[in-house]
Design a protein around this ligand. Structure first.
Ligand code: NAD
Ligand code: UDP
Ligand code: UDP
Length: 343
């Protein structure tokens, strides 16, 4: 059975999966945990478009039905309200494991639940992968590098994480999830992939999730001052969601376990980001300084050499080109001049 699946994956990896739908190759059966969330719902769109059958498993902590509602009625789409902390039995070929709150405001809301989701939730999905011989992809995070002492961050860097800080439920949770993933790979022969995702933005982000891009965009649209935490000189690298989804699909389809940094190396201070938002939305937008949060990483920028070389992937959408696409979606959702959830 295991051999059979490996062979099946090889056929798909060789590009045979790209045959036109008319030729009636049956698509893959794929679970996307967290598929009603921001990144997950965009991934689901691409998988459905490719001809796969997709099961979304989501407890709707931060996800919304509106993000996937346009697939209701499609026999290749299924939505299950389920918490990954509980076991589940499914028969699938691939598992994209995204379930986990991603914004600091959300993951700090109930830190113990965040740890359970990362540890027990990931364990359950790996147990499922082992039982059915599915390939498993973990969406880890640049946060595994903590407040990095190496810049830019390379996958071989082990990170600088505070194990007892307010962000640790997420950072250490994801680090443990990576460990579990590698141990199921080495110990049980599960085919695994690990992506370390850097800050990503785009349509369908929660409007009030407290992340910097969603905050600035919503504030500028509402004519409120943009809240810059600390001195605004800390940096982040912002990736548009379609680039991320492409990276995840290439990683899942490819031969390499990783971990791979998946992010846009364009690095911005928060003050520079505020300027880009200003230019895109409102030249008169004001900024307001607020105290910074605890353990805030000072800088972050991916080294994506490995993904370029081994996955043939690199981001295509710059911040200045991606931001307006998100602004359109936010404007519609905030001012309600059109149906929610569209992008
Ligand atoms: P999101 O909050 O929009 O999506 C997470 C989804 O998981 C939501 O739909 C939520 O309801 C669901 N979920 C949470 N806990 C669950 C549980 N216990 N059981 C079932 N479902 C659960 O966040 P996102 O930005 O789409 O992030 C998706 C993944 O990517 C996460 O694993 C996150 O850690 C990772 N990631 C995202 C970013 C980013 O910038 N967006 C950066 C690094 C890593
Ligand atoms: N699991 C699951 N679905 C499955 C198979 C396993 O949710 O199809 C869960 C199972 O309940 C367990 C975890 O995954 O909590 C790890 O499973 P594994 O078989 O690796 O370990 P064990 O059950 O022996 O502890
Ligand atoms: N930040 C900010 N204003 C906000 C929200 C966040 O200046 O309204 C800063 C925050 O202090 C951090 C950076 O933006 O330095 C990125 O924060 P975010 O929560 O988006 O992501 P993460 O810290 O997980 O990278």
């Amino acid at each position: 059975e295991y051999q059979h699946r490996a062979a099946y994956h090889r056929v798909l990896d060789s590009g045979a999966a790209k045959v036109p739908l008319g030729l009636k190759r049956k698509g893959l059966r794929i679970v996307v945990t967290g598929g009603a969330g921001f990144v997950g719902s965009h991934l689901v769109d691409r998988l459905i478009q490719r001809g796969d059958s997709v099961i979304v498993v989501d407890n709707f902590f931060t996800g919304r039905k509106e993000n996937v509602m346009h697939h209701f009625g499609n026999p290749r789409f299924e939505l299950i309200r389920h918490d990954v902390v509980e076991p589940i039995l499914l028969e699938v070929d691939q598992i994209y494991h995204l379930a986990c709150p991603a914004s600091p405001v959300h993951y700090k809301f109930n830190p113990v639940k965040t740890i359970k989701t990362n540890v027990v939730g990931t364990l359950n999905m790996l147990g499922l992968a082992k039982r059915v011989g599915a390939r498993f992809l973990l969406t880890s995070t640049s946060e595994v590098y903590g407040d990095p002492l190496q810049h830019p961050q390379v996958e071989t860097y082990w990170g600088n994480v505070n194990p007892i800080g307010v962000r640790s439920c997420y950072d250490e949770g994801k680090r443990t999830a990576e460990t579990l993933t590698m141990d199921y790979h080495r110990g049980a022969g599960v085919e695994v992939r690990i992506a370390r995702i850097f800050n990503t933005y785009g349509p369908r982000m929660c409007i009030d999730d407290g992340r910097v891009v969603s905050n600035f965009v919503a504030q500028a649209l509402r004519k409120e001052p943009m809240t810059v935490y600390g001195d605004g000189k800390q940096t982040r690298s912002f990736q548009y969601v379609s680039d991320l989804v492409e990276g995840l699909m290439r990683l899942m389809g490819g031969e390499h376990v990783g971990p791979f940094n998946i992010g846009n190396p364009g690095e911005f201070t928060m003050l520079e980001l505020a300027q880009v938002v200003k230019d895109s939305i409102d030249p008169n937008a004001k900024i307001e300084f607020r105290p910074n949060t605890e353990d805030d990483p000072h800088k972050r920028k991916p080294d994506i050499t490995r993904a370029k070389e081994l996955l043939g992937w690199e981001p295509k959408v710059s911040l200045r080109n991606g931001l307006p696409l998100m602004v359109t979606d936010f404007r519609q959702r905030i001012f309600g001049d059109q149906k929610e959830g569209s992008s």
